[in-house]
Design a protein around this ligand. Structure first.
Ligand code: PMP
Length: 413
């Protein structure tokens, strides 16, 4: 529901009309955009918010006493409130603006990790993780002498919860886990993971890069310690994301970067730091994109994620049914509850060839390892072809995609 309580009826035609890019053609064909897990397209409201900011009230935030600075600051902070509501945080003090999920995870690893990880401590990740939820932990683990333990997945990409419980111990300091896999669309049982991790005194970071656009998020109900997501995967601008962290944790975390805005007082004899969240927002932030992020949040809220999800689930179920029947095709993570993603291999055919031929039909998909090389390694493959859905996709999109794929596979195999 939108902040004004208004819910918009779901009509995919009128939604598509809000996304100007969907009117363009590719290689003379209507664009069928199925690379939404990489980034979503932007509605006119988001584009207008960017233009309105630069034409109407561009100024630096927090520091000025003039009218434009006040207006820019109010717009910037209004997004913090919208983001708080969007993830169900208790306070805007718990919402830090970052460049995106990657920076949010790096912030936690560099600040919380450096402070709390000691020789022999353990960090639990899973085979499903995106590189941005692996590499920052490897960097801090190496520096602090900590060890990374990895929860395996089965041949369907299912997170093996019993194996997770076996890895969990008094040495576990943090569990950092992807909520919805970008490579497969499978959903991890984060509620159970969080409860079990807390029982041994470990913290939990939830990588919400994919879940935040499809699932209603309530960080208080989840009781996660950290939650990271990116605006550009929620129909918002690139270059903006949020880190949610419990107030009690942020209060004790050291700054991630030094500079303006994050200080209280600077002397050459020593500096005192600002309170969270500003302590973690050094320098001039990405003001325009933060401001426009609010338009994206309100756009999604006005329709409602359960409504969007129902639409995407229907399309995904129907198209999966058809793709499964293509000879040589294997859908990875093909289990109930998969969200928004159809990731597949075709026997004897390189994913890149499929991607190029689909592009010739105007169909945009992603091919490769999807920044999840350990998962690809687990499956013994170099990569997949991935179609990923958004609210503006239609049954016609699915038909063009499936028909084009059938043709491509016939041609190549
Ligand atoms: N985690 C997951 C699961 C993702 O899908 C992505 C983006 N593909 C990231 C992290 C990184 O997000 P960003 O590139 O927006 O920082």
């Amino acid at each position: 529901m939108a902040s004004d309580g208004h819910t918009r009826p779901f009509d995919v035609r009128s939604i598509r009309a809000d996304f100007p890019i969907l009117r363009r053609t590719v290689k003379g064909k209507p664009l069928v955009y199925l690379d939404n897990a990489a980034t979503t397209q932007k509605p006119q409201a988001v584009i207008d918010a960017l233009t309105a900011y630069y034409t109407g009230c561009n100024a630096n935030v927090h520091r000025g006493i003039h009218t434009l600075a006040d207006e820019a600051t109010a717009a910037f902070e209004a997004t913090r409130e919208a983001a708080r509501r969007f993830i169900g945080a208790a306070s805007t003090d718990e919402v830090v603006f970052t460049r995106g999920t990657t920076e949010s995870i790096n912030l936690v690893a560099a600040s919380w990790g450096r402070e709390h990880l000691r020789q022999g401590d353990e960090i639990i990740l899973s085979t499903l993780e995106h590189h941005s939820n692996i590499v920052p932990w490897q960097m801090v683990a190496e520096e602090r002498g900590a060890r990374i333990r990895v929860v395996p997945v089965d041949e369907n990409g299912t997170f093996l919860y019993d194996e997770f419980l076996k890895l969990l111990s008094g040495r576990t300091r943090i569990v950092s886990i992807v909520h919805v896999s970008n490579a497969l669309g499978v959903v991890q049982p984060v509620e159970d993971i969080i409860r079990a991790a807390h029982a041994v005194g470990a913290r939990v970071l939830v990588d919400g890069a994919q879940s935040s656009v499809h699932l209603d998020i309530d960080v208080q109900r989840l009781d996660c310690d950290f939650f990271a997501c990116s605006a550009h995967k929620i129909y918002g601008p690139t270059g903006v994301g949020i880190l949610y962290a419990k107030r009690s944790l942020l209060a004790t975390m050291a700054p991630y970067q030094g500079g303006g805005e994050m200080i209280r007082e600077v002397r050459f004899s020593g500096t005192t730091y600002n309170d969270p969240p500003y302590r973690f927002e050094a320098g001039t932030p990405n003001i325009a994109d933060v401001v426009a992020f609010r338009a994206a949040i309100e756009y999604v809220e006005a329709i409602g994620k359960p409504t969007i999800r129902a639409h995407e689930d229907t399309l995904l179920a129907e198209v999966s049914e058809r793709i499964r029947r293509i000879p040589g095709v294997r859908i990875l993570g093909d289990i109930p509850g998969r969200i928004g993603v159809l990731s597949f291999t075709v026997e004897g055919v390189h994913p890149q060839d499929i991607g190029i031929l689909l592009d010739n039909q105007g169909v945009a998909v992603r091919t490769g390892h999807h920044c999840t090389q350990p998962l690809m390694h687990r499956f013994g493959i170099a990569g997949t072809t991935r179609a990923s859905l958004a609210m503006y996709n239609t049954p016609e999109d699915m038909d063009i995609f499936a028909t084009s794929l059938e043709k491509v596979v016939r041609m190549l195999s």
